[in-house]
Design a protein around this ligand. Structure first.
Ligand code: HEM
Length: 391
């Protein structure tokens, strides 16, 4: 496993650095463009609308330079700014407010308990595959008002769509195919919902917004697509990273088992130390002064979240897991106008996974030889998390 503070987004041979700076500098440049490594500047860049998300460039880099998938990405919520962005963001933000997430809590517990009931706990088991990867697509089905039997399809579509994040050119056809399948699936789901009558779910809400002329038909599908693709992969990896990190902190784990009220703070602390989104990549739309550096228009700018989250100027003893840390606001869900719309939901999902393990399997241990955790392409990821659930 790589050292947790490794800096470079895409090259495995880059020197290590201390959190918050690379060779003493908070803004550095290289073949990859620019990287921002300290907490304060990272937050400023994330909140500055002159930096646009680089998801479209990522797509172009793997060879998707035109066609419907490229055009979708260009128009999607993450890529647009100003009024058009608010036009797409507001309906989702309204629907996904804190009250809704609170309402979903019982459903989450039900989904996770159902998965837990099926676990064979008599032998070591890969909890990433059997638990974490399955939950987000089931939650999406609930949100979208789709039958739970659609969950494996949703999981497969979203994982293939986001294989884009590997930055590997060989996945272009997989990504194209996954989007086409996704749109066919959503068109069919919308038709099924219309036939059965609209309900209280998110997709029904979006369809109603369309019927009232607040969204075009295309925007309804765009919104549903953005939520589907964003909902699964990051949450699955982050949930496993949280479980992995907490089981490696026996004292903290015992405190959590004794007092589940500590789970939200524990989740936040792991989000800080092991952020799935270790890098958030943007593009400068004009020449922009950041500190003492002028970043030229068109440059790639990578916000090194895994460095900023360990900035000693912001977090005391930044490499230490501290369940009692105060003012703990990691940048894992970004900041500013594009901050993650699903953060409350993702955090609640992860907290429920931890809660289930703490309740049912307080003695669980990691089988290190069958666990694989690492970093690639600016992300923390977990391929396998094998646990002895009964210790
Ligand atoms: C642990 C899991 C997750 C992580 C780490 C994560 C991280 C992020 C980050 C870093 C961004 C902002 C990128 C930027 O500033 O350019 C973002 C945006 C977004 N996320 Fe998440 N996310 C997670 C889960 C979810 C879930 C569960 C959903 C929906 C159900 C979701 C929906 C979205 C949407 C729609 C946006 C775009 C917001 C906009 O552009 O206005 N995310 N996410």
């Amino acid at each position: 496993m790589s050292a947790p503070t490794i800096f470079d987004p895409f090259a495995p041979d880059t020197d290590q650095h201390s959190g918050g700076a690379f060779h003493g500098q908070s803004i550095v440049s290289g073949d990859y463009g620019y990287a921002v490594t300290d907490y304060e500047t990272a937050g400023k860049v994330l909140r500055d609308k002159r930096f646009r998300n680089s998801a479209l460039r990522l797509m172009e880099e793997i060879g998707i330079t035109d066609g419907p998938v490229h055009d979708f990405r260009e128009r999607s919520i993450i890529m647009i700014e100003g009024k058009p962005h608010l036009h797409l963001r507001s309906p989702l933000a309204r629907w996904m407010g804190p009250a809704r997430v609170k309402k979903i809590q019982d459903v989450l517990r039900g989904i996770i308990d159902e998965i837990a009931d099926e676990l064979d706990d008599t032998a070591p088991i890969d909890v990433h595959d059997t638990v974490a990867r399955r939950i987000p697509s089931m939650v999406y089905c609930y949100l979208a008002g789709a039958p739970m039997s659609d969950a494996p399809k949703v999981q497969s579509i979203s994982e293939r769509t986001l294989s884009l994040l590997t930055r590997d050119r060989t996945v272009a056809d997989t990504v194209r195919g996954a989007y086409v399948e996704q749109w066919e699936y959503l068109d069919d789901l919308i038709a099924r919902k219309r036939a059965a009558g609209l309900g209280e779910d998110m997709l029904s809400y979006l369809i109603q917004q369309g019927d009232e002329g607040k969204l075009t038909e295309e925007e309804v599908v765009t919104e549903a697509t953005s939520m589907l693709e964003a909902s699964s992969v990051n949450t699955a990896h982050q949930a496993s990273l949280v479980v992995w990190a907490l089981l490696r902190e026996p004292e903290a784990w015992q405190r959590i088992v004794a007092d589940p009220g500590l789970i939200p703070d524990a989740v936040t602390e792991v989000l800080r130390l092991y952020p799935r989104t270790g890098m958030i990549s943007k593009i400068a739309t004009e020449d922009i002064e950041v500190g003492e550096v002028t970043i030229p228009a068109g440059s790639d700018v990578h916000i090194a979240v895994w460095s900023a989250n360990r900035d000693p100027e912001r977090f005391e003893n930044p490499d230490v897991f501290d369940l009692d840390r105060e003012r703990n606001v990691p940048l894992t869900f970004s900041s500013g106008p594009h901050n993650c719309l699903g953060q409350a939901l993702a955090t609640a999902e992860i907290a429920e996974v931890v809660g289930m393990l703490a309740r049912r399997y307080p003695e669980a241990t990691i089988v290190e030889s069958e666990t694989s955790v690492g970093q690639a392409g600016g992300r923390w990821l977990i391929d396998k998390l094998t646990l002895n659930l009964r210790g």
